[in-house]
Design a protein around this ligand. Structure first.
Ligand code: PAF
Length: 290
């Protein structure tokens, strides 16, 4: 695996390759990321992984400074997984005119309004940061295929919009969330959890699973179901167990708008804090399973 730090070098090495699958990450790689690399290998001869902790997608009170940076470990894992190129640029390489504080000189991408809901409601500017860095990385790597985890469902949705609306010739592939044995979605932020919290954290997935089961049961029995009530019960259940809930939502998985009785393709999503750690999860499902 070659390790590259600048866009110029990356372009020289890729030299107009037309068989590139790209896996953008912020490092601190876990089994979920390795799964993305495996899927990438199924789609192209050359797999490029990027590691870049993107300051633009962190809010002022978020964990940019403490976000785990584990480049040496990550390199070993990528080597084993069979990635071909690791692109690990500096902040200056990605944002030549960003002083780390002031965005005035930095050109950014304004994502669609959906970016202000769900995670965007409590993380203003987050998806502007994601869309901007992903566009920059796409411009540097110029892949044919790009692979993202479904755990960040809203992010994946916005990136698909980015590709469509900016006419990028890139196929975006979403990959199923990899989970711990207890159901907890793998995330770099799980490293912040104590052993006790890690056991408890499976409650987020269990709560979503319970929403899915209730919707599917009501659909099979032809019983009406009140989504609002379902969300309220889920929020209280989590709060009673000590979580601080950001949101629990039931959306159309096609539009990410509030689910209606006519929607067949749904997604239940949640974001909540356990102690100081904010976790997100979702389950995409059919109202009436086949
Ligand atoms: O999902 C992530 O790790 C990041 O949001 C991404 C897509 C690499 C952009 O910084």
């Amino acid at each position: 695996m070659q390790i590259i730090h600048t866009a110029t070098e990356l372009r020289q090495i890729l030299n107009n390759q037309d068989n590139i699958a790209f896996v953008p990450t912020m490092g601190n790689l876990h089994a979920g990321h390795i799964r993305l690399v495996e899927i990438a290998k199924q789609h192209a001869k050359c797999v490029v992984v990027s590691i870049f902790v993107n300051p633009l997608q962190f809010g002022a009170n978020e964990d940019l400074a403490s976000y785990p940076r584990t480049l040496a470990d990550d390199c070993e894992k990528l080597e084993l997984a069979g990635a071909h190129i690791l692109f690990a640029p500096s902040v200056e390489e990605i944002y030549p005119d960003f002083d780390g504080v002031n965005l005035n000189q930095t050109m950014t991408i304004t994502p669609p309004l959906i970016a202000n809901e769900l995670c965007g409601a409590s993380r203003p500017g987050h998806f502007t940061g994601v869309a901007t860095v992903v566009m920059k990385l796409f411009n540097m790597v110029m892949p044919q295929v790009a692979i993202f985890g479904q755990k960040d469902f809203q992010q994946l949705f916005i990136i698909k919009q980015l590709v469509k609306q900016f006419n990028l010739p890139i196929q975006v592939i979403g990959v199923d969330t990899v989970r711990e044995v207890n159901g907890l979605a793998m995330s770099s932020r799980n490293g912040y959890l104590s052993i006790e919290e890690r056991n408890q954290a499976s409650q987020l997935h269990e709560t979503l699973q319970s929403i899915v089961t209730q919707i599917q049961n009501s659909s099979q029995l032809n019983h009406p179901i009140d989504f609002h009530q379902l969300k309220k019960i889920a929020i209280s259940a989590l709060e009673n167990k000590g979580w601080t809930v950001n949101y629990v939502a039931i959306k159309s998985s096609v539009t990410l708008l509030d689910a209606t009785v006519d929607d067949k393709h749904l997604v239940a999503l949640a974001a909540a804090k356990l102690g100081n750690t904010r976790l997100i999860d979702n389950i995409e499902f059919l109202r009436t399973p086949d």
